[in-house]
Ligand binder design. Structure first.
Ligand code: NAD
Length: 357
């Protein structure tokens, strides 16, 4: 067995259908009396419901969370928190809202309680990506990690079919890249494999019934594990590509993950045989990349970068940016292979031998 260092990050996870109703008691246990509830504009109604459930412990609302955590939004929310004399944050939503809660918390020291409603996994990572002057920067610090996460699968019933799929594949990507990460540990490996199994079983069930209680629980459980894998390891080519495509070309976060994951797994296959075998076992499929691509295709999900707004003339820039910053990845970054892979992804072709070693 390889030598390893495993760190367990300090956070409390409460998981269960209806767990959101325990928020008032959990605030009391922590002696928190003035919560600022954060949401996106689209989820302002849900924020009001959560706020109403905690009665006088709610200090007010900020419903301006936006994708990529713009610093000007954080500054506005911090002024609201100051005016209301908030003593904690309750972030209700997906990765965008969690990001806002993290950004305020790391600047102010206010405890951040997260109630996730997507499968992004940000709530269990010590990572924060922020944008200012059209530049996205990412940092990692223990103080960014939310101290309490309340997973209530009932809050994910409203996640539309498209977002359920792309968010689920986004989560799978964290687990898949953790398996070949240089700092993967035996515990992370177990989490990653169980998460992949649970998510791949849950997604087809959600296709026919968005309110399937068992499938929603399984998918959110998987998302927790996937997020934990992301927070504990160093991600590789897949996350880097998605970062470039999102940051430089403004492609949407979860759909971009959805398109790219099968292609990157094919790219890394021969360079990471053990991780690939683990994925195959977890998914019950000889070719994990084809299993994932097939699932997305059957669900009518995104398989082409072009359909997300990418143009062929941008591919050279992506390759340049990938090669400019060295990072951990099992297979070397070969411009020719990257070109084949990105052309396949652009056109919506299945990952194929041309993209492999
Ligand atoms: P999101 O938070 O941007 O949400 C997308 C949309 O779906 C929003 O309008 C939101 O209000 C809505 N929504 C969320 N949950 C819903 C529900 N249950 N029902 C109906 N609508 C719902 O999307 P996301 O994919 O969760 O997060 C993406 C962001 O998170 C990106 O900015 C990404 O960089 C970041 N992220 C960060 C980390 C990290 O560790 N720092 C990890 C993963 C993602």
């Amino acid at each position: 067995m390889r030598a390893f260092t495993h760190r367990t990050l300090p956070a409390t996870i409460r998981f269960g259908a209806g767990a959101r109703h325990e928020l008032a008691g959990l605030l009391d246990e922590r002696n928190l009396q003035r919560a600022l509830v954060l949401t996106t504009p689209e989820q302002a109604g849900l924020g009001r419901q959560i706020g109403a459930s905690i009665g006088a412990r709610g200090a007010g609302y900020f419903d301006g969370a936006r994708m990529h955590t713009p610093v000007d939004v954080t500054e506005r929310a911090m002024r609201v928190a100051g005016d209301l004399q908030a003593d904690c944050l309750v972030s209700v939503g997906g990765g965008s809202t969690t990001g806002l809660g993290k950004a305020i918390s790391v600047r102010s020291g206010l405890p951040n309680i997260v109630i996730p409603t997507t499968y992004a996994g940000s709530e269990v990572t010590p990572i924060l990506g922020e944008t200012e002057h059209a530049r996205k920067t990412t940092r990692r610090a223990d103080a960014i990690l939310p101290g309490l996460v309340i997973y209530d699968p009932e809050l994910t019933y409203s996640l539309p079919a498209g977002l359920s799929l792309t968010s689920g594949i986004n989560a799978l990507a964290h687990a898949a890249e953790a398996l070949y990460a240089p700092d993967c540990t035996p515990i992370i490996r177990l989490m990653a494999m169980d998460a992949m199994t649970a998510m791949m079983r849950a997604l087809p069930a959600l296709r026919t019934n968005l309110a399937d209680a068992e499938a929603r629980s399984a998918a959110l459980y998987a998302a927790w594990l996937c997020g934990t894998c992301l927070g504990a390891t160093t991600m590789g080519l897949h996350h880097k590509i998605c970062h470039v495509l999102g940051g430089t070309f403004d492609l949407p976060h979860a759909p971009t993950h959805c398109v790219m994951l099968p292609h990157v797994l094919a790219y890394n296959r021969d360079a990471a045989p053990e991780a690939y075998a683990d994925m195959a076992r977890a998914l019950g499929a000889e070719r994990p990349e084809l299993a994932i691509h097939g699932l997305v295709t059957r669900h009518g999900g995104p398989v082409s970068l072009a359909a997300l707004g990418m143009t062929p003339d941008g591919i050279a820039t992506v390759i340049e940016q990938l090669q400019a910053s060295p990072y951990a990845n099992p297979a070397p970054l070969d411009a020719g292979r990257l070109r084949i892979m990105l052309d396949n992804a652009l056109a919506g072709r299945a990952p194929e031998a041309g993209g492999m070693a």
